[in-house]
Design a protein around this ligand. Structure first.
Ligand SMILES: O=c1ccn([C@@H]2O[C@H](COP(=O)(O)O)[C@@H](O)[C@H]2O)c(=O)[nH]1
Length: 237
């Protein structure tokens, strides 16, 4: 399993959110010197499929952010299908429940020491309290994040995806065991877009994040490599 980053650029995970495989390849080549991991999400995977994962993996370890959420047998089958791609990290929704996460973990374990890190997505960083309440959860996002995080770790998840606003809470409650992978990170002055629960890279690291996922502030910059290099240089080493 991929080791935790010691600091600096290794903490950075640029999100390659594009449906254009050639652009993703160019971004990967430009960004790899300034990051630890490259993220392939739904947009790129739906457009370009497994070959895109193999192409990105030539530049850096790949975080395959597919947010699996289905019955246990189906999610285990999806993990089985993904293992030949040798992703460093794979996401699944914590809301899928204990049995789903345990089934995914059992399947991932068949890859041995080279298995991917399984990350449970708690409450999407785009959701505020009102959006969460509209799904039938009246609690504050932080409470629901903690509830799902405890359950996911008990079921075998190696780490959690949460907003930077819950990272300190999860570290206090769960210690250093689970890896914390944190999107919703915005360098000072950059637009939040559809992200609701955000903080700066410095704040995210201070709160206990291991890895920071940053997409549009990098990929939408006039010079993505320079944007990534500036963020990476600002991270504690
Ligand atoms: O709760 C979540 C889980 C995953 N993401 C993903 O992270 C990036 C963030 O991109 P930005 O452009 O920096 O907003 C994106 O790929 C999401 O799918 C998330 O934002 N929140």
């Amino acid at each position: 399993m991929i080791p935790r980053p010691a600091g600096g650029a290794a903490r950075l995970i640029p999100a390659l959110d594009t449906g254009d495989a050639a652009r993703a390849g160019a971004l990967a080549a430009a960004l790899a010197p300034h990051c630890g991991v490259l993220k392939v999400g739904l947009e790129l995977f739906c457009a370009a499929g497994p070959p895109a994962v193999a192409a990105m993996a030539r530049h850096a370890p790949v975080f395959l952010d597919l947010k699996l959420h289905d019955i246990p047998n189906t999610v285990a089958g999806a993990i089985r299908s993904l293992l030949p791609l040798r992703p460093a990290m794979v996401t699944l929704h914590a809301a899928g429940g204990k049995a789903m996460i345990a089934a995914a973990r059992a399947e991932a374990g068949k890859a041995g020491a080279e298995r991917p890190m399984l990350l449970a997505v708690t409450v999407l960083t785009s959701m505020d309290a009102a959006a969460l309440a509209a799904t039938g959860v009246p609690d504050a996002p932080a409470e629901q994040v903690l509830r799902l995080a405890r359950m996911a770790v008990e079921a075998g998840a190696d780490g959690l995806v949460c907003s930077p606003q819950e990272a300190a809470l999860l570290r206090r409650a769960l210690g250093t065991g689970p890896a914390l992978v944190v999107p919703g990170v915005r360098p000072a002055g950059s637009a939040a877009g559809d992200q609701a629960r955000t903080a700066t890279p410095d704040e995210a690291v201070a709160a206990g994040a291991d890895w920071l996922v940053i997409g549009r502030p990098i990929t939408g910059a006039p010079d993505p490599a320079a944007a990534a290099a500036a963020i990476a240089a600002s991270l504690p080493g």
